[in-house]
Design a protein around this ligand. Structure first.
Ligand SMILES: Nc1ncnc2c1ncn2[C@@H]1O[C@H](COP(=O)(O)OP(=O)(O)OP(=O)(O)O)[C@@H](O)[C@H]1O
Ligand SMILES: [Mg+2]
Length: 343
């Protein structure tokens, strides 16, 4: 059974349809569409209408073969944390999780959907185990479900985008290797640390493609369209346009790198045995020219561009768009991770 992985970002809808056939995974189709509205106000029924009708148009243009969707929920509306508890049985955990979670979740428990997952015996402290708790605001989840239904889609699962990214790009239980994912979008960059097959740490930094474009507009007196064009064509390349674009973009990326370094120190202090070995860049802004080499030079770590298509075959039906998909693959990591949950 095929399934659609759908990420509703601040700027774009991005979706892929995956299907498992015998022992392989096939990507049937993919697409992106401009989000006409930022969907953050849970009380506004206006955005439900606007977003769902855009979504309906997107779905009909892309031509999916299923309406089953795994959707991600925005980082700002979901609370994910790893907590340390004394080692206990599954039954004991089940009866005490609410009480334990209550101490960490900043919202009343009746306002959230709570789920949890036992991860492992703690990697640093003997006699303790790590449990991942995820709490999503009920009003937001309901709003997303409403948007999907109005667009004639069937929500099969909703999960935090960070978990989907960990699935698509993170390490595995059998081959633990500390991985830091930087999902660079429009409004923000998500910093996600995975270790041993689980997302252990997340943080959102309000630096993304929008800030870069707006700063270019101001600094170089460009209109929005021009700024967007220069950003995508020149990015951090010192040898394009006399390096003027790169000069404006660099300090923004430098600020982001500072936050990344802080997050890495924080994580390593709390998890001394889980070294971060590599950094993976994903999201639309990760496509910016020369970003990879710039970040790699600043961080003392292996830095690579996300390849969420690893182990996924591309259907011959979309042969013509194959190169586009490969080129833009880093921006489909969330959508692929979401679809992987069900296939
Ligand atoms: N080739 C490119 N070079 C540089 N930037 C790019 C390129 N392609 C897309 N972008 C930028 O990526 C951003 C959109 O990325 P993405 O689709 O990942 O965002 P989003 O998921 O909608 O946003 P958010 O994650 O903040 O909710 C835009 O700012 C866009 O200008
Ligand atoms: Mg995004």
């Amino acid at each position: 059974m095929p399934v659609i992985g759908l990420n509703i970002g601040k700027r774009s809808f991005r979706a892929v349809e995956l299907e498992s056939r015998k022992d392989k995974l096939v990507l049937n189709t993919f697409g992106t569409f401009i989000n006409p509205k930022i969907t953050t106000d849970p009380s506004s029924s206006e955005d439900v209408k606007i977003v769902s009708s855009a979504l309906e148009q997107f779905v009909s243009e892309t031509g999916f073969s299923t309406s089953d969707v795994v959707l991600s929920i925005d980082e700002t509306h979901v609370f994910m944390r790893i907590i340390k508890l004394p080692i206990m049985s599954d039954k004991e955990l089940k009866s005490s999780i609410k009480y334990e979670a209550e101490q960490y979740i900043p919202l009343p428990l009746d306002q959230v959907n709570l789920s949890y997952q036992k991860i492992d015996q703690d990697i640093t402290e003997k006699g303790k185990m790590s449990v991942q708790i995820v709490a999503a605001r009920k009003d937001i989840v309901n709003k997303y479900v409403d948007i999907l239904r109005k667009a004639k889609l069937v929500p099969r699962a909703i999960e935090p985008e960070t978990i989907a990214l960990g699935r698509a790009l993170g390490d595995s239980l059998n081959a633990p290797s500390g991985t830091m994912i930087l999902e660079m979008g429009y409004g923000s960059t998500l910093i996600i640390v995975c270790y041993g097959g689980f997302v252990r740490f997340t943080r959102a930094i309000p630096i993304g493609g929008d800030v870069i474009t707006k700063t270019l507009m101001q600094s170089l007196s460009l209109d929005h369209e021009q700024a967007e064009e220069y950003k995508k064509a020149y990015g951090l390349d010192d040898f394009q346009g006399e390096g003027k674009v790169a000069q404006v973009v660099k300090p923004i990326i430098d600020n982001l790198i500072l936050e990344v370094q802080r997050a890495a120190v924080f994580f390593t202090n709390h998890n001394p045995s889980a070294n971060i070995k590599r950094v993976i860049l994903s999201g639309g802004t990760a496509l910016m020219p020369n970003l990879l080499s710039y970040v790699a030079n600043k961080l003392d770590l292996e830095v690579i561009l996300a390849n969420p298509l690893n182990n996924i075959e591309i259907s011959p039906k979309i042969e013509k768009q194959k190169q586009l998909l490969i080129d833009e693959a880093p921006s489909y990591a969330s959508a692929i991770g979401l679809a992987l949950r069900r296939v």
